[in-house]
Design a binder for this molecule. Structure first.
Ligand code: GLC
Length: 575
């Protein structure tokens, strides 16, 4: 059997550099801070780190607006600090991948500053410029994913430029070979330095239909935000559905994208050391033939429902695992820097701790590379902002003006929607201790985003590291288990009890070693009993509810509400 590649058995941990650890005491996370915390990640059992953007940026989209692809944002330190971090991670056996934003640059990038000066300059064709429509308005009715028109007028040159996201994030013109050459140079710059790969931002939006067809459904831009709200009527929902269908048709997944991904993969494959590409995409087509485009593509549909149920997860695994092309490997996550934190998103307000523990067990026992988001391991929750002055995410600020100015939504309602939407809610500083500023930065310094007050009430590393039944301890145990058992890290997935409403039950088995794990997760608030006669003979209990009576001879298993049981079965007794 072919041995697994490192990125198949690894558990990835996403660090948001600004929020992880402040080494120089200015209230902003940096490489010095991250380097100091590598021991923590190693003890936790993390194998690989995905760094959200660390590049120089005016920070209107929290770093996803890059002004220089081959440098480090000064607030995070120097290139030498980055190299120290990278070597320190490698010395601990951890891999590091970077965020690569190919779709757009910042409007402060020298390429765009040149491009917008006149129509004949060398960088003009690096971005997507168009004449206005006959009436002088934008070339078509496309909306930006951040709200408002996707076209911005440039009076100096008398043309519009296209931006799928903020107007300060002009889209690059990937049909211009010079763009590809420049970005591939940036890719080489980091690969030469030793990084282990990239998470590719917003790849589906890289090309758009050059004939610029209008959307049939024109929805007021603010409705993109309001789709989150539950009070939309059927007609509004239908318009939004039609809008998204057009978005897919004209602005996403356009011809050329798979050639581009193959090209990037070929570049990566010229490097030794098994570098990896992870796509911010859920379409398995981005795996190409299974070995010629991206190595990993997120299974976002897993996290789509408001409540995770065994029926949804089973269906998701069935669909996902059968849709993957031969050779491709799955990749699961429940949260990231754009979404509510796992504990908030999937909590019910009453059993949040138990649910968070259950969801951790789910992510760390499913087949596929798991991606954790910093702070999940201590059960960090969303921060509730009460005013826009504290918010740094321009998406929320921009949407507030769209809602109030162009849609006449009353300020109070618009504010509530914008605050509900702001992605800063999940980007607050890592909670290291219950000291001032949660130990993220020194007392007396204002951190770049507020610290969640629950840091003082046990949601911090220093407290949980001493508690055997803490969330952190549960993560640590699960991570160790996954690392020590090929069946969990790499084994086949076999669904059991396909109709059970409350229990998700499956096997993970490794043919080479004959090892087989039985995973039983109770998604209900009631005790559940399951008879495992016929499934296999229990050899040992690997993980169980705290007060569980550890009798391996039992064939009837009782699970506490939201209980997690993982067993080793006698070798291949399941076959
Ligand atoms: C991706 C990022 C998101 C960003 C957007 C534009 O979706 O995850 O944070 O705003 O791309 O770069």
């Amino acid at each position: 059997m072919v041995p697994p590649r490192w990125w198949q058995t690894a558990v990835f941990y996403q660090i948001y550099p600004r929020s992880f650890a402040d080494g120089n005491g200015d209230g902003i996370g940096d490489f010095a801070g991250m380097t100091e915390r590598l021991d923590y990640l190693q003890d936790l059992g993390i194998d690989a780190i995905w760094l959200s953007p660390h590049y120089p940026s005016p920070f209107l989209d929290c770093g996803y607006d890059i002004a220089d692809y081959c440098a480090v944002g000064p607030e995070y330190g120097s290139l030498a600090d980055f190299q120290t971090f990278l070597s320190a991670a490698h010395a601990r056996g951890m891999h590091v991948i970077l965020d690569l934003v190919l779709n757009h640059t910042s409007d402060q990038h020298p390429w765009f500053r040149a491009s917008r000066t006149d129509r004949t300059n060398a960088y003009r064709d690096w971005y997507i410029w168009h004449d206005g429509a006959a009436d002088g308005g934008p070339p078509n009715n496309w909306a930006s994913l951040m709200g408002g028109s996707a076209w911005e007028w440039n009076s100096t040159t008398g043309q519009y430029y296209y931006h799928a996201f903020l107007k300060e994030q002009p889209d690059l013109n990937w049909r211009n070979p010079a763009v590809k050459a420049a970005l591939w140079d940036a890719v080489r710059f980091w690969l030469d330095m030793g990084v282990d790969g990239f998470r590719l931002d917003a790849i589906a939006t890289i090309y758009e239909d050059p004939s610029l067809p209008n959307h049939t459904a024109q929805i007021p831009p603010g409705d993109l935000l309001r789709r989150a709200s539950s009070d939309l009527n059927d007609a509004q929902l239908e318009t939004i559905r039609a809008y998204y269908a057009d978005l897919q048709r004209y602005q996403r997944h356009q011809p050329g994208i798979h050639d581009l991904m193959r090209d990037l993969r070929a570049l990566l494959d010229t490097y030794a050391g098994d570098r990896v590409l992870v796509g911010e995409e859920d379409d398995v087509a981005y795996h190409g033939n299974g070995d010629d485009e991206l190595h990993l593509v997120f299974n976002f549909p897993l996290m789509h429902p408001r409540t995770l149920t065994p029926a949804h997860i089973r269906a998701n695994q069935r669909d996902r695992l059968t849709a993957l092309p031969p050779g491709a490997w799955p990749c699961n996550t429940l949260g990231n820097h754009d979404l509510s934190r796992v504990k908030t998103a999937f909590g019910d307000g009453v059993h949040d701790d138990a649910l968070a523990r259950l969801h951790a067990a789910l992510l760390l026992t499913l087949k596929g590379t798991p991606f954790l988001y910093y702070g999940e391991e201590i059960g960090m929750t969303d921060y509730h902002f009460t005013n826009l002055d504290q918010v740094r995410d321009m998406l929320a600020v921009h949407q507030y003006s769209v809602l109030t100015e162009t849609q006449g939504i009353p300020p109070g309602e618009a504010l509530a929607l914008a605050l509900e939407m702001t992605r800063d809610r999940c980007r607050t500083p890592m909670q290291w201790s219950q000291a001032a500023n949660a130990g993220f930065c020194p007392d007396g310094i204002t951190p770049w985003l507020p610290v969640n007050p629950n840091a003082a009430f046990g949601v911090n590393v220093a407290h949980q590291v001493r508690q055997p039944d803490s969330m952190l301890s549960a993560y640590q145990r699960l991570l160790r288990l996954r690392r020590s058992l090929p069946a969990l890290a790499y084994g086949a997935y076999t669904e059991l009890l396909p109709d059970h409403a409350a229990l998700l039950t499956f096997l993970r088995s490794d043919r080479a070693s004959g090892q087989c794990c039985l995973v039983i997760l109770n998604f209900s608030g009631e005790h559940q009993t399951i008879d495992i006669t016929g499934i296999g003979e229990i050899q040992s209990i690997l993980f169980a509810d705290p007060q569980y009576d550890a009798d391996v001879t039992k064939t009837t298993i009782d699970l506490a509400p939201y209980g997690v049981h993982i067993y080793a079965l006698a070798p291949l007794s399941h076959t």
